[in-house]
Design a protein around this ligand. Structure first.
Ligand code: TXA
Ligand code: MG
Length: 328
């Protein structure tokens, strides 16, 4: 990233304007976190309800106490996982505006790892409030082109940072109440967090994790996503091949159930578009949103896929696919 572009971005932020930037998870739509009018402009551009809290991005963990009351658990997780794809929800300091917290007494904080995000934060000197840079409810952007396509002629300055390494949003851990809670699975696995904390995270029983303000229907492409049990995926492809609809298949995540009997060649004889054939769960997660967008570009009406086992990055993939398949 050249210095002149970064300086330009910083000037825009200081003026209260929005700048989209890459992080290692997804691209964010940023504003000066201390400027209520700038923060309000994020909600407007995303068409996001104003009670949905935003994540405040910091250049380093030392700034945590400018925004929130810390705790031994917060210190520990910040030490271990920042910079990185982890958001901590803590009690906010009294002087922090409720505009950025969606009216809550808690605040989500994260130090991102992407060099462009860190470069921007350091040069700006302050904190940047940023949700994912997509319209409310749609698929998060993992490439600069996705952000430009999402906002069209209303696109802000979008800094280039290549494709996002993790490709799914940060894990959100709630530490403002007694037991630590997993509010959204993401780039840092539940297992890694529990190992670091030495205790279990509380997770909602129904399997769909809910950060406040997050909606069961989210991350949705235009195509209808249908979740099929792994052993039924092949037969369902064959059945749909006889119908006058354009079908896409997102292959199962590698290394888990349901992958063995399917391969691109056999499925491709039944479905028009087959994506997701990668070697590792990490590659699968990295390409998930890009693939969901690609099904739309190909004009698929139905996308068949299957949920991975909810372990490691599979928990976050299963969460996003469940929401992508939910009906509003
Ligand atoms: O990876 C990410 O987290 C990306 C990049 C840009 O950092 N950001 C992102 O932001 O995914 P967004 O706005 O799309 O999702 C933020 C989530 C929402 O589900 C919101 O409910 C939760 O964070 N959140 C933020 N502050 C919170 C708070 N005080 N309490 C509970 N949940 C909070
Ligand atoms: Mg989002």
């Amino acid at each position: 990233m050249d210095e002149a572009t970064l300086d330009h971005a910083v000037r825009l932020l200081r003026k209260g304007q929005l700048v989209a930037f890459p992080t290692e998870t997804v691209y964010g739509l940023g504003a000066d976190a201390r400027n209520d009018r700038a923060v309000a402009a994020i909600y407007e551009k995303k068409r996001r309800p104003s009670q949905h809290p935003l994540i405040v991005h910091l250049s380093d963990g030392g700034k945590l106490t400018d925004w929130a009351h810390s705790s031994p658990m917060a210190e520990r997780l910040a030490q271990r996982f920042w910079p990185g794809p982890l958001t901590l929800v803590l009690s906010k300091r009294e002087d922090v505006s409720r505009v950025v917290t969606g009216g809550r007494e808690t605040i989500g904080l994260r130090v991102p790892k992407h060099p462009v995000a860190l470069g921007l934060l350091r040069r700006f000197g302050g904190a940047i409030a940023a949700p994912s840079a997509n319209r409310f409810g749609s698929v998060s952007p993992t490439h600069r082109e996705h952000v430009l396509a999402e906002f069209g002629s209303e696109a802000p300055l979008v800094l280039e940072g290549g494709s996002c390494e993790v490709g799914l949003e940060s894990t959100i851990v709630g530490l403002a109440e007694g037991t630590p809670q997993l509010l959204r699975p993401g780039g840092i696995s539940r297992e890694a967090l529990e190992a670091e904390l030495g205790c279990a995270l509380s997770v909602p029983q129904d399997g769909v994790v809910r950060a406040p303000g997050s909606h069961p229907v989210h991350y949705s492409p235009n195509a209808e996503v249908r979740l099929v049990p792994p052993e039924r995926l092949h037969a369902e492809c064959v059945r749909l091949a006889t119908k006058p609809i354009s079908v896409g298949v997102l292959l199962p995540m590698p290394g888990g159930r349901g992958g063995a009997e399917l391969n691109i060649e056999t499925v491709a004889t039944f479905a028009g578009v087959v994506l997701g054939g990668v070697r590792s769960p990490e590659d699968y997660a990295r390409q998930l949103y890009d693939n969901l967008r690609a099904f739309d570009r190909h004009g698929c009406q139905v996308v068949l896929t299957t949920l991975p086992e909810p372990i490691g990055i599979g928990l976050a993939v299963a969460d996003r696919l469940t929401r992508a398949a939910a009906k509003g």
